[in-house]
Design a protein. Sequence first.
Lengths: 262, 313
Amino acid sequence: MSKTAMFSNHKYIAFETIVIKEVRRFSRIWLQTLVPPVITIGLYFVIFGNLVGRRIGNMGGYDYMDFIVPGLIMMSVIQNSYSNVVSSFFSHKFQRSIEELLVSPVPNYIILLGFIVGGMARGLAVGGIVTAVAILFGGLTIESPLITLSVILLTSTVFSMAGFINAIFANSFDDISIIPTFVLTPLIYLGGVFYSIQLLPPFWQTVSGLNPIFYMVNTFRYGILGSSDVDVYWAFIILSVLIAVLFTACIWLLRNGRGLRS
Amino acid sequence: MTVAIAITELRKTYANGFEALKGISLEVEQGDFFALLGPNGAGKSTTIGVISTLVNKTGGSVEVFGRNVDTHIFETKLDFGVVPQEVNFSQFERVKDIVLTQAGYYGLPRALANKRCEKYLRKLGLWEKRNDQSRSLSGGMKRRLMIARALIHEPRLLILDEPTAGVDIELRRSMWEFLTEINESGTTIILTTHYLEEAEQLCRNIAIIDKGRIVENTSMKQLLSELDSQVYIIDTSNDLTGKFEQIAGTEYELTGVTYQPVDEHCIEVTITAGVQLNSVFKIMEALDVKVLAMRNKSNRLEQLFISKLSQNQ
Ligand SMILES: Nc1ncnc2c1ncn2[C@@H]1O[C@H](COP(=O)(O)OP(=O)(O)O)[C@@H](O)[C@H]1O
Ligand SMILES: [Mg+2]
């Protein structure tokens, strides 16, 4: 085998290697990665969906349980995509095993794609389990599979990259929990997971419009239920712009070696 | 002769303003076994960091087998493997997975990766440990795992940063044998060390680095020939008390030979280059001293090293 033939699909093999490594990582520590979100979301179903939800009755024209299911699935996908990349990439930095990649001939965009797909894999794995739990709690019909699937994939991509940037700037384990706690969680909770913004006064409706997660949650809900607080085209434009901006930022940071090369 | 690596006027100033490399130039030929020798903080790891792209250089250039590492990142990276000074693999991965993942980063197809993984883990005595978590390995095994990992893409040039630091004597010897073997099979080797003995035992050519400057760049042979004196320790069966103190000014005195008692049966003799050992034995004979054993005092190279460094003040 000649050297060029041997390495002709180098990039694909390298990409696949990173993805397998990422999936192996979160599967190995499944008690920390897969189980807690499922328990939390299961509790939401029981408490908000069943107990409290029965008293709430109707939200945005749907049964409260039906209303929050899409929001909770989206929440688990966002949190887990982000969390996978931020903790995996930071622990690579912390253990210095990131040097294996930096010294190797793997191009930056392949490194990035590998981690994004790793984050998506965990986001979708947890999202899938949560969906299964939701079905157990009372069934789920999907109005528009295409919109549902595309919005979940794009959202997962966005938050995988956001986690990547967080990890690049992080210098300690504290730094990888600050953003999720103080930025991500509030944005998710205020992003219409639990309520329709029609309940809010006009001023707060406008403020909610500045929260990108609001569009993602509502478009996902549109995909499942067939109605939404937002125009779905806006959501796809916002998602596309975010992906373009974040991808460029990640590549720029990798090329610069920010936090990686001295 | 092909040049494996050519470093020209390499400079590195770290973000805190510290100038770790002050313009170093080096050339290592293909097939060489080359030592970059220097005390702690001399700039050895920084030099290797620049070659392996973990350290962004401030100036200068690096060429690997004739190709500039800045413009031919992909090709040059396939040509070398690096064994870093500090452990840099994931502590939670299995030994085998660490090597196979590296193979994937270099684009090796699965079957070939498996074959080479077995080959190098066996060679480095780690095959039995292949399914263990890497954090359970001893220090020496971790080092060998990093060597196996660096060889998985069979690079033409292997660069090792202090490969035997903190490794016990026995293991150090077996690692030396292994490195000699792969050098003989054609791999160019560059290693950094602060052990003189290591450089002397293994390397054909040597550069001495200190405070970010190359203070000497020559063959090991040439360096050793610069030693202008040899020190021997001689054990005798006589009581030597007072014997050698009295010979100054007598017929037994020899120019270029000095004596330093160690204890009553042992003496240290320093002999300047050019003085025949026979003449020293003749004196011993005449003084009726029975020589039981004689050995070379091994710090002679150290003295030379220290004198090279002190010239770089
Ligand atoms: N990231 C860094 N920032 C600032 N100074 C550094 C950094 N890394 C190394 N140095 C300094 O550069 C000098 C050379 O370091 P190094 O190349 O590691 O030496 P060696 O490997 O020869 O022991 C040392 O004085 C060290 O303190
Ligand atoms: Mg060093």
